[in-house]
Write a protein that binds this ligand. Structure first.
Ligand SMILES: C[S@@+](CC[C@H](N)C(=O)[O-])C[C@H]1O[C@@H](n2cnc3c(N)ncnc32)[C@H](O)[C@@H]1O
Length: 225
């Protein structure tokens, strides 16, 4: 197929092999701890949608902790998908994953067809305008009583933690703008985009002095439009 990879796709292709290493100097194991933090709170599932899972470290854990689940992984970068495939094979679970290489914004996904949507350090690839446009569509893929597992950076409300988070967020956004053409200039709060009449928070963990948050939301019954 004759495709013109986007700047973002080319950037993540370049970064894929040493993506894990980028996190080590500042976060050590905290990003991976955050990715895995609420997995224990998920009940057994049949169908899971993962968006922008990158090099597959979370996918591997999901496959291990959800032995009955089939996973659809939507990821734009072929190099990241290659790493995901290696990690799924290492736990003998490749047959449970369907990979879709493409832009999550345009990939068609069926409404209400997943027990859980997983987005770890993925929503921060988008601006507030893009998110307010795309997030409702992604969330609509979650069935009634299903879950949305969101892991991301947050800027704490005040004090030195806020200063520290703003400093590292500024560095990261500049780095990813340079490497992948990232448009957003700062962390976009996702909670205001979630309707509390539809989504109930079930568990939450905070790491790295409040800079990283893992939250598990559940769709309240009969809220799927
Ligand atoms: C910041 S990385 C996060 C990777 C991983 N989820 C993690 O926990 O580190 C964002 C990932 O999302 C992918 N991505 C970004 N925008 C995308 C889009 N519009 N459609 C599909 N994948 C996308 C990138 O290729 C990359 O693998």
């Amino acid at each position: 197929m004759n495709r013109n990879p986007s700047r973002s796709e080319r950037g993540y292709d370049r970064l894929a092999g040493w993506y894990w290493l980028l996190e080590q100097p500042v976060f050590r194991r905290d990003l991976q701890r955050a990715r895995e933090a609420c997995l224990v709170d998920l009940p057994p599932m049949k169908r899971i949608l993962m968006l922008g899972d990158g090099d597959g470290r979370l996918l591997q854990k999901v496959l291990m902790t959800q032995p009955q689940a089939k996973v659809v992984s939507v990821e734009q970068s072929s190099e990241m998908i290659a790493l995901q495939k290696r990690r799924a094979a290492s736990v003998d679970a490749s047959h449970r994953v369907e990979w879709i290489q493409g832009d999550a914004i345009t990939v068609p996904l069926q409404t209400g067809s997943f027990d859980c949507l997983v987005a770890a350090f993925f929503l921060d690839c988008f601006t507030e305008v893009e998110l307010s446009h795309c997030l409702p569509g992604w969330l609509s893929c979650v069935a009634n009583d299903g879950f949305f597992y969101h892991v991301d950076f947050v800027i704490p409300e005040n004090g030195w933690r806020r200063m520290r988070a703003k400093f590292w967020s500024w560095i990261m956004h500049r780095f990813f703008r340079w490497q992948t053409g990232l448009q957003s200039a700062s962390v976009v709060p996702v909670e205001p985009l979630l309707d509390s009449k539809v989504w109930a928070e079930r568990s939450r963990r905070e790491l790295n002095h409040g800079f990283i948050r893992s939250v598990l939301y559940q769709r309240r019954s009969s809220q799927l439009c």
